[in-house]
Ligand binder design. Structure first.
Ligand code: FES
Length: 165
């Protein structure tokens, strides 16, 4: 009887030890896996969306001549001119306020200090030192793609700023 009890107790000790050993190995394995996943994720290309990346503003037919369309995710306006497409960064070149498009006036009018811009982004009144900045536009497969990571200041509006359609 006693012999069987000792054996059982020894067996219990081994089981506990084995259990602790297993827990330790599982923990170490989980930690190593987490380190490996974190390390590998640094080399994995991430899908970047929103401001700073290329934004698909939509199909070209969504932008009829004369329209100005706000694209909130990219912080720009698509201004559809007769000669093509212009992507205007909505940040005022004066002190950085967001410039709204005022449909009734057919102008961009900054609410902060009153700078006024034409649909080309050209400044015509107020303290703004230059036209609204432009973003790089590409028309691909009939869609308007705007690279919000490439913002260009300009001294004045020129036809070269417009992406032909
Ligand atoms: Fe727009 Fe001053 S910030 S006019």
């Amino acid at each position: 009887m006693a012999q069987a009890g000792v054996e059982r107790r020894d067996g219990d000790k081994m089981t506990r030890r084995g259990l602790l050993r297993n827990i330790m190995w599982v923990s170490a394995g989980a930690f190593a896996l987490q380190v490996a996943v974190t390390g590998l994720s640094m080399f994995w290309p991430r899908k970047v969306e929103g401001f700073g990346s290329v934004i698909d503003a939509g199909p070209l037919e969504n932008f009829p001549v004369g329209s100005v369309t706000r694209v909130r995710d990219g912080r720009f306006y698509i201004s559809r001119l007769p000669e093509g497409i212009l992507a205007l960064y909505w940040r005022c070149p004066h002190l950085g306020c967001t410039v709204p498009w005022v449909e009734s006036e057919q102008l961009f009018i900054c609410p902060c200090h009153g700078s006024v811009y034409e649909p080309t982004g050209h400044n015509i009144a107020g303290p703004a030192p230059r036209p609204m900045d432009v973003m790089q536009v590409e028309i691909r497969n009939g869609r308007v793609l705007v690279n919000t990571g490439v913002i260009r200041e300009r001294a004045r509006h020129t036809p070269a700023d417009v992406t032909p359609v």
